[in-house]
Design a protein around this ligand. Sequence first.
Ligand code: NAD
Length: 256
Amino acid sequence: MDRLADKVALITGVASGIGLATAQRFVREGALIAGIDLVEPDEQIQQSIGCTANACEYFSVDVTDEPAVEAAVAAIKDKFGRIDVLVNSAGVPSFGLTQDVTVDEWDRVMNVNVKGSFLLTKHVSRTMIEQKSGSIIHIASVEGLDGLSGQITYGTSKGAVIQMTRNMAADFAEHGIRVNCVCPGGVETPMTAALNDESLKAVKEQMEALHLMKRFCQPEEIANAVLFLASDEASFITGHPLVVDGGWTAGVTLTV
Ligand SMILES: NC(=O)c1ccc[n+]([C@@H]2O[C@H](COP(=O)([O-])OP(=O)(O)OC[C@H]3O[C@@H](n4cnc5c(N)ncnc54)[C@H](O)[C@@H]3O)[C@@H](O)[C@H]2O)c1
């Protein structure tokens, strides 16, 4: 299939989880990949993305560092000549009740989850405005829609990402740029791997039970939704939080 044939896709958080699964899916659809992550580039990551050296560029960048983001975006533009799709998947989790969260932790999470996606969009959008086209997808979360104890910092950051999606959609519509986000429920990635520890089994089971489908999904199930929003099939969709949550936010099943 060639749903992204010859499109250039910049993906943050590309070394792991949803970012990696999205890069792999995009490569199978013909995209050229520019990947960004904190993790240093190595052959294994490039190989697992599945593209040839010519069709793939990897940058070790902290998404909260504006000069580094600006330089990486310029280098990507130089190499590929354009940027058609931006996927902001870099993110960090956080746990803690409101009364316990430190300001340092609050700032760390807001910096990566909110400011990072803002900075990438700020710099990539300039290229997309010149091109008069582009599709931007942030990875938000159902936790930006629903409250959950111990998730004040993370949930608030994801709520901000959902609102940022709407504001950016309004800023860029006249330039032919669509901005959407995906709101996943639980996803089996390194971010949630700690929940598989025996000591957190009860928490994992409670979280699985929040989904009508009673399970976490695989990162590929999120990548499929990102692909749809990135592709021309979503040509009239902008400012939309696409919920991919196995029914978490739909309601509850009563046992009778
Ligand atoms: N896993 C889930 O259950 C789940 C659910 C909803 C939303 N999300 C969101 O999906 C996105 C991807 O999560 P994941 O589960 O794939 O996590 P992950 O931990 O597997 O991958 C996140 C990647 O982001 C990178 N990263 C973190 N901080 C960075 C920074 N400052 N600069 C550059 N790269 C950085 C990490 O190195 C890592 O490779 C995140 O935004 C996360 O909040 C995850």
